[in-house]
Ligand binder design. Structure first.
Ligand code: HRG
Ligand code: AKG
Ligand code: FE2
Length: 330
């Protein structure tokens, strides 16, 4: 259960990553310590920083830099990869097009999704079918993003092995039909800086992204340095800053893990406000269940939470499609 946490813990996952392909990983002391920290963070905050993740810093920075370069382009150029329902909701959306809690968000973004081949999930997958729309400019955009997606998919899969242990399941609990063929979503997001609208010297921006929970399993956020903007809500309604910490990703739990864990882990509300004068980029990678996975509380989690199912089952793809098709004014 979420608590009145005042800060977001930092977890060095390197001991877990080192043993992830070892069949006896759950007997390793270093792994147990990471698992213990994951369990506490997921119960108390639903958010933690990941360090020791092994993703090269140069790649992490390139991804943000390419995003900055794209968002700096003239509007006409960005519209060449415009997102529409016909493009499977893939591509560029302008500021104000995304809606959270009924209000337009002060951000622009490129949304991309794992490719869905026509017909692969029947009517369920239809709205998201299509190939990603990558810009030609800046050069190498697609190849850098694809490398990043490959590495983050592996990282998230390995963190999920630690989380499976933390829940008291086997490290392979989320393999196979649950998340062995994980869907993924990536959003490259740009938040304009706050400008001094009333001439007082004090800038105050509108909400960059309104309060929401993430939809799937695990989110990994790569955010610009030196611009605090992401805030996480604790049990008493206080907004706790997830300030950028160089060399880390901010990691949080999504709605499907809330259901699988029967509420032992919550998908915590968060929002973004960029009150700095600088333009802020963040890149959110969402690691998700199999597109057609049926999510129902795990038996081991049910036992730890009073023996009754707290949530109805859900099909991940249905949850995602219902969100995506209502997130935009177009
Ligand atoms: N896949 C994720 N989490 N995307 C977040 C998008 C921003 C929140 C969305 N408008 C909403 O209200 O859900
Ligand atoms: O920009 C951020 O720091 C987080 C964005 C976010 O929460 C999301 O896209 O789901
Ligand atoms: Fe989010």
């Amino acid at each position: 259960m979420a608590s009145n946490f005042k800060f977001i813990p930092i977890i060095d996952v390197s001991p877990l990553l080192a043993k992830c392909s070892d069949p006896l990983m759950d007997e390793d002391q270093g792994v147990s310590e990471v698992v213990e920290q994951l369990d506490r963070a997921c119960k108390e905050a639903g958010f933690f920083y990941v360090k020791g993740h092994g993703i090269p810093d140069s790649l992490v920075q390139d991804v943000r830099e390419l995003s900055h370069k794209f968002f700096d382009l003239p509007y006409e150029e960005k519209l060449k990869i415009k997102m529409t329902p016909a493009s499977g909701y893939r591509g560029y959306q302008r500021i104000g097009e995304n809606i959270s809690q009924g209000k337009p968000d002060m951000h622009e973004a490129i949304d991309c999704y794992k490719e869905l081949k026509p017909g692969s999930y029947g009517a369920l997958g239809k709205p998201l079918e299509g190939a990603n729309k990558w810009p030609d400019n800046p050069a190498n955009f697609d190849s850098v993003m694809e490398e990043y997606i490959t590495l983050l998919t592996d990282l998230a899969r390995n963190i999920m092995r630690g989380i499976a242990l933390a829940l008291g399941a086997s490290p392979n609990e989320f393999e196979g039909e649950k998340a062995g063929d994980p869907f993924w979503v990536m959003r490259l997001i740009g938040y304009p800086g706050a400008f001094d609208a009333n001439g007082s010297g004090m800038a105050e921006n509108d909400i960059g992204c309104g309060a929401h929970t993430d939809y799937g399993l695990l989110t990994l956020v790569n955010q610009d340095e030196n611009i605090p903007a992401l805030q996480v809500r604790n049990m008493s309604g206080e907004w706790i800053w997830a300030v950028p910490i160089p060399g880390t990703f901010v990691c949080n739990i999504g709605d499907m893990l809330k259901i699988w864990s029967n509420g032992l882990y919550q998908s915590t509300l968060h929002r973004v406000i960029n009150n700095s004068p600088k333009y802020r980029v963040s890149v959110a990678f969402f690691y998700e269940p199999n597109f057609d996975a049926l999510i129902e509380p795990l038996e081991c989690c049910k036992q730890k939470t009073g023996g009754i199912e707290k949530y109805e089952g859900a099909v991940y793809g249905e949850h995602l499609v219902s969100k995506v098709t209502t997130n935009f004014v177009m």
